[in-house]
Design a binder for this molecule. Structure first.
Ligand code: SIN
Length: 490
């Protein structure tokens, strides 16, 4: 049992039309401790019927919510933001417990998620259209921004608070109403967040949430896909699921924001500051145990600095503390489940079989807490023939590829269907502009490993999806543009 200062944060029901309720058919979804796989809580296992009830509520609430003055919507979001920060420690404990994120990082995630709520509260009051110079006398041409309508938000397990916050906050700021479904592995943080929105005074039906198992999720999502009242789907998750959403939403031509898989390159040029590059890789690769879409998946190091870089990196990685996420000292917690650890082990075994050298780590770890841990790992002599070069490992494994020239490394970095994030370290200003422009990704970290921020547009290109989250672009994605032409004014 998870003990919190505010025990009411621990919800075990859906919220539909301001009412906490069980799934219509009464089914339950067990929530497992990622370290052991053992159940420690349960929530509703909802189906299509529950999903439709949530849309009924969101559709009914939309006319009133969308007409509210932006400042009122902003004030509500600000109250929600304050409540999230006031409950930071409890929320961090829920995240750590259900997701396995080390407690220190979980506290950071609460702040990170809250920053989107604050940002979009502020942006709500700055929604502007245009008045366009008329081409014909006696006419006025005006452009309005309007909320798209009911938004379905489908969120992943790796940032159980921040991902749902950065979808819901702009939707509400724009004047949309929301139906949300968090990942089956991590429903408790999302329910707590929605409970706080209710405490902040969110009107009935404006924000609804249903939880569902892997088996029932297709039923919930298909109900939303088929419903013409749902005007937008925002999704973070795998590319195959993103493609399914794009195909199936075509029947009602919904707007889509898809933040999908990545395969980020991290390039260290011969003119880089090596200590800064090691710091950057530690921050971006080992955050959340390597379970983020923007994590470097392929580390390219120039031949001239390769050995020095690998040695410094291995020292830092070997010193990372692996242990229960809720312990203050933990730097790498458990992976999300047994399947995740199996995939990491498979990638490392495949790499070693194809000639990679384990510099540090390279094995499963069993702590007193449970079996779902993997040692932070550095592999040298990685090649494009290895599985980990084509597929996201989603774990604490840094494979190092040696390269000799810029053109070769750009070609290899771009040789993937994915295009979410890329990183590189160099001190040559001409190279910096050349490489930043040549990389086929939506985001580029230049001498920086931690790039996400509420004020920046987060999103990818190619098969990493489309749409942006955060920044003014993130708000625009929840609105459509309406053109008014008024004549007879001459
Ligand atoms: C993600 O892994 O999709 C999100 C990571 C972030 O917001 O930095």
């Amino acid at each position: 049992m998870l003990t919190l200062s505010e025990q009411a944060l621990l919800r075990s029901q859906n919220l539909i039309d301001d009412r906490w309720c069980d799934a219509g058919l009464g089914a339950r979804l067990p929530v497992a401790d990622p370290a052991t796989g053992e159940t420690f809580a349960n929530v509703p296992d909802s189906d299509a019927g529950d999903a439709r009830l949530a849309v009924d509520a969101a559709a009914a609430a939309f006319p009133e919510w969308s007409r509210r003055p932006a400042r009122e919507r902003a004030q509500l979001l600000k109250r929600w933001h304050a409540l999230i920060l006031a409950h930071q420690e409890d929320l961090a404990r829920i995240i750590s417990t259900e997701q396995g994120k080390p407690l220190k990082e979980a506290r950071g995630e609460v702040q990170y998620g809250a920053s989107y709520v604050e940002w979009f509260a502020e942006e709500a009051t700055r929604i502007c259209g245009d008045i366009v110079a008329e081409a014909v006398p006696g006419r006025k041409l005006l452009v309005l921004k309007e909320p798209v309508g009911v938004v379905a938000a489908i969120t992943p397990w790796n940032f159980p608070l921040a991902m749902i916050a950065r979808k819901i906050a702009p939707a509400l700021a724009a004047g949309c109403t929301v139906v949300a479904k968090p990942a089956e592995d991590t429903p408790l943080t999302a329910l707590a967040l929605v409970w706080l929105a209710q405490q902040a005074g969110m009107p009935a039906g404006v924000l609804n949430i249903v939880t569902a198992s892997r088996e029932h999720t297709p039923g919930v999502v298909d109900a939303w896909l088929a419903d013409s009242r749902v005007r937008k789907i925002t999704f973070t998750g795998s590319t195959p699921v993103g493609k399914h959403l794009a195909r199936e939403s075509a029947a009602t031509l919904k707007k889509l924001s898809l933040e999908l898989g990545g395969n980020a390159p991290f390039i260290v040029f011969e003119d880089a500051d090596l200590d800064a590059a090691v710091d950057g890789l530690m921050a971006s690769k080992f955050r959340n145990g390597g379970q983020t879409c923007v994590c470097p998946n392929r580390v390219y190091v120039h031949d001239a600095v390769h050995d020095a870089f690998v040695e410094r990196l291995a020292q830092r990685v070997g010193a990372l503390h692996v242990g229960p996420a809720t312990e203050e000292a933990a730097q790498i917690g458990p992976m999300i489940n047994a399947r995740a650890v199996d995939k990491i082990a498979r990638h490392v075994e495949d790499a070693v079989a194809r000639g990679a050298r384990v510099v540090t780590g390279g094995k499963r770890v069993r702590t007193a807490d449970g079996p779902h841990y993997y040692a932070p790992t550095v592999l040298a002599d990685a090649t494009p023939a290895m599985e980990l070069s084509c597929e996201e490992t989603f774990g604490p494994v840094a494979p190092i590829f040696r390269f000799r020239d810029e053109a070769e490394v750009i070609r290899d970095a771009n040789d993937t269907p994915f295009g979410l994030a890329a990183y590189f370290y160099s001190n040559d200003i001409r190279r910096i502009w050349r490489v930043a422009q040549a990389l086929e990704t939506g985001m580029v970290g230049i001498n920086e490993g931690a790039i996400a921020a509420e004020a920046a547009p987060f999103g990818g290109v190619k098969e990493s999806g489309y749409g942006r989250e955060g920044s003014r672009h993130g708000l625009d994605d929840y609105m459509h543009t309406k053109y008014l032409c008024q004549g007879q004014l001459g």
